[in-house]
Design a protein around this ligand. Structure first.
Ligand SMILES: *Cc1c(COP(=O)(O)O)cnc(C)c1O
Length: 390
């Protein structure tokens, strides 16, 4: 990838280099090394229709957002990135761009709750049918395909049980059926896995999570391989207008710069926490794709750089023990969301996944989910084992 850089054109394509430089050349006028926050809604024109650098109105385009979009496209090895006000705004725009009444969608059996709500409460009303399928078995996706299936949406690892889907196998099945393969890459981040290189057509992100990485901004993104699809999505991005402001774009871009080093630490800390939990008498079962006993381990090893910072585990003593544990940790903060530098703990059955109660997607009541942060691993382990011992 050739870009203008410091003192002239330079070539770079390493992940960490792209994170820090893609779309982020020093500003032409002042030389500002960091992309400025272009806090403006509109742009002066040199004569009617005479745009200076292609910008006319900030819903349509803003230089801070454009820098983020170019960076995200580079990190996912796509041709076009589009930023949104949230992950859900990105998904909504995608679905209303590529789906029409009569179409059918396949989603994960344990889809992110907001995705399930969007499909079942909003998109369905619009004449689109859907099936939720356990995609850890690619053949189950094949069985769910119909002549009118236009989209297969995959999450891997899933939430909260960290199930793994074979990205190459599902992309092939989707394409054989004439459907787009869309991958929500929020949990892995582009540092750990790049679904477009496995054949996916669209990557979705809640940049609120690992890409932003500091729990200080809500945002979303789409990245595509195909330029024509990118154009159609950009048309809808502008038409629907669920775009992020300049400051939110700037915060997200600042987070993205350190994605690689953060993910290395998230994964390393999670592996140490998993080891400590595995040997603990109060723990019934640990769910982590890095464990050889995890059914998706081999596939995860093939398609992920490391296994990420999300860990779930079930405790002895049922729901009561799980709830007490969540309220006893001191370093792990009790809260929803994930992917920030600080460690979080939560009870999926009562919190993030409460809406699945009584459905086929109901999560075990003795389950606890961790978003392992980048604090000192020893402190995290001491906090958890102390809380487990009461
Ligand atoms: C959080 C999340 C979303 C939704 O993103 P928002 O930024 O909260 O709108 C979508 N998918 C996954 C996997 C998520 O974790």
């Amino acid at each position: 990838m050739a870009r203008g850089g410091y003192g002239g054109p330079m070539k770079f394509d390493g992940f960490e280099t792209l994170a820090i430089h893609a779309g982020q050349e020093p500003e032409a006028g002042t030389g500002a090394v960091v992309v400025p926050i272009y806090q403006t809604s509109t742009y002066a024109q040199d004569g009617v229709g005479g745009l200076r650098q292609g910008y006319e109105y900030s819903r349509t385009g803003n230089p801070t957002r454009a820098a983020l979009e170019e960076c995200l496209a580079a990190l996912e090895q796509g041709t076009r990135g589009l930023a949104f006000a949230s992950g859900m705004a990105a998904e909504d725009t995608l679905m209303r761009t590529v789906l029409s009444p009569g179409d059918h969608v396949v989603i994960p059996g344990d889809a992110y709750g907001g995705t399930f709500r969007l499909v079942s409460k909003v998109v369905e009303r619009w004449g689109v049918s859907w099936d939720a399928v356990d995609q850890s078995d690619a053949e189950a996706v094949r069985a769910a395909m119909r002549p009118e299936t236009r989209m297969v949406l995959t999450e891997t690892p899933t939430n909260p049980l960290l199930n793994i889907t074979d990205l190459e196998a599902v992309a092939q099945i989707a394409h054989e059926g004439g459907a787009l393969h869309v991958v929500d890459n929020t949990f892995a981040s582009p540092y750990l896995q790049q679904p477009l290189t496995s054949g996916a057509d669209v990557v979705v992100h809640s940049t609120t999570k690992y890409v932003g990485g500091h729990s200080d901004v809500v945002g979303g993104a789409l990245v595509v391989a195909d330029a024509e699809l990118g154009e159609r999505l950009a048309f809808h991005q502008n038409t629907m207008g669920a775009t992020p402001g300049a400051f939110d774009s700037w915060l997200t871009l600042r987070g993205a710069k350190t994605l690689g080093v953060r993910m290395d630490r998230h994964s390393a800390n999670a592996e140490k926490v998993v080891q400590a939990l595995e040997g603990h008498p109060s723990v019934r079962k640990v769910f982590y794709p890095g464990l050889e006993s995890h059914p998706g381990h081999k596939v995860a090893e093939r398609q992920m750089r490391s296994f990420g910072g999300m860990v779930s585990f079930a405790v002895h003593g049922g729901e009561k023990a799980a709830l007490e544990l969540c309220e006893r940790t001191k370093v792990f903060i009790l809260g929803e969301s994930l992917g920030g530098v600080e460690s979080l703990i939560e009870h999926p059955g009562r919190m993030t996944h409460a809406s699945t109660a009584g459905s086929a997607l109901e999560v075990p009541s003795d389950l606890v989910r961790l978003s392992v942060g980048i604090e000192s691993a020893d402190d995290l382990i001491a906090d958890l084992t102390g809380a487990l011992e009461g």
